[in-house]
Design a protein around this ligand. Structure first.
Ligand SMILES: [Zn+2]
Length: 360
């Protein structure tokens, strides 16, 4: 049984670790969640939809492992069920980290059942749980199945979504998340025969101020200005355009003409069924519920109702493009079904529309 002081320390530790994950780039914005066990039947977890920077220890709700009921002013993360599944399956899980970390998430989109790696001459296996829609009982069941067959693991990759890493302490879980990311990055570098760095790279951005388009860089070429104008005219809801020219996005804009989502956050935030022009003369496709417009060999224009949202789309797009490239090199990718994409996209727009910045 933990004392009141120990539980308060755990509450503080969850916030400290989440800020560390943000700093290291394993978590972006509010995407992901953390939890810690406080007694045999309860754990505390990060609440839904609150920025990690704004979290205070008392905000973390308490969830019952036996039935998922919770206490507290704030609602638990909508993905508490996967945390419950881990606590129910493994007595050595006392601190859990769930992230959408780039490289491990990309590995989880290849249709593989496990990732094999080695650490100090010791072979390790990271199981990959089968896909199910986020926040569902089915997904929690798939996590349990993946854990049941791998008694030694302290990580599960969730297909097309992210990862769960755990340990006895916060430090153990953090080490596990870093080690999984390192093993995934090595695996991807082997497949691609090169390192592909991730992160949005700014090209020519613009925003709307007092009804007028303002360009962030004074040397924005006329040709690019025309594209921005066209996008704003077709999407009056958009107030910021982030022109992403990252390595992965540039590669896709040069070599691919159609993109289906491989990752949940892509389907939610960006949309599905993206067309990429095959030459400069083909008109760009601006669609109502798709927050990215590709240019030919010119990266992609990521759309948002403000700068934050446009940047979020740029980051999610970059990871989605990386996953796509890895799948092409690997020779196989497990694409999300059209039906699941529609469902997630609608749900996201309904629940987290406009200024909301949460996705789990
Ligand atoms: Zn998630």
């Amino acid at each position: 049984m933990k004392t009141k002081e120990e539980i308060l320390r755990l509450r503080e530790e969850i916030i400290e670790v989440s800020l560390k994950l943000l700093e290291e780039g394993l978590i972006v914005r509010t995407w992901g969640n953390l939890s810690a066990k406080i007694d045999d039947n309860h754990y505390i977890i990060t609440p839904s939809g609150i920025k990690y920077e704004d979290l205070t220890p008392e905000m973390l709700p308490v969830v019952a492992i036996s039935d998922g009921s919770y206490e507290g002013e704030y609602k638990p993360s909508s993905e508490y069920m996967v945390h419950t599944a881990v606590y129910q399956s493994r007595s050595d899980a006392e601190f859990i980290i769930h992230t959408h970390q780039t490289y491990a998430t990309c590995v989880g989109a290849l249709g593989k059942k496990r990732l094999k790696a080695s650490r100090k001459d010791k072979k390790i296996i990271f199981p990959i749980a089968e896909y199910a829609l986020p926040g569902t009982k089915k997904l929690a069941g798939n996590i349990k199945t993946a854990l049941a067959g791998n008694a030694d693991t302290r990580s599960v990759i969730m297909s097309n979504h992210g990862v769960l890493c755990f340990g006895r302490t916060a430090e153990d879980a953090l080490k596990e998340a870093r080690s999984l990311e390192k093993a995934s990055k090595n695996y991807i570098s082997d497949i691609c025969k090169t390192d592909i760095e991730y992160g949005a790279v700014e090209g020519f951005n613009s925003y709307i101020e007092d009804g007028e388009i303002k360009y962030v860089k004074p040397d924005t070429p006329e040709r690019i200005k025309m594209i921005h104008k066209m996008i704003y005219s077709k999407r009056p809801d958009i107030k910021y355009i982030f022109h992403n020219k990252s390595e992965a996005v540039m590669t896709i804009s040069r070599r691919v003409n159609h993109m289906r989502p491989l990752l949940d956050d892509f389907a939610q935030i960006i949309g599905y069924n993206l067309r990429i022009p095959t030459s400069d003369v083909v008109a760009l496709t601006v669609k109502k519920n798709v927050n990215v417009v590709f240019g030919h060999n010119d990266g992609a224009y990521c759309l948002g109702v403000n700068e934050q949202e446009a940047k979020a789309a740029a980051i999610v797009l970059d990871k989605g493009c990386l996953a796509h490239i890895v799948a092409i090199r690997f020779g196989e990718g497990k694409f999300l079904s059209y039906f699941d994409c529609i469902k997630m996209n609608r749900n996201y727009r309904k629940n987290y529309s406009v200024l909301a910045n949460s996705v789990n």
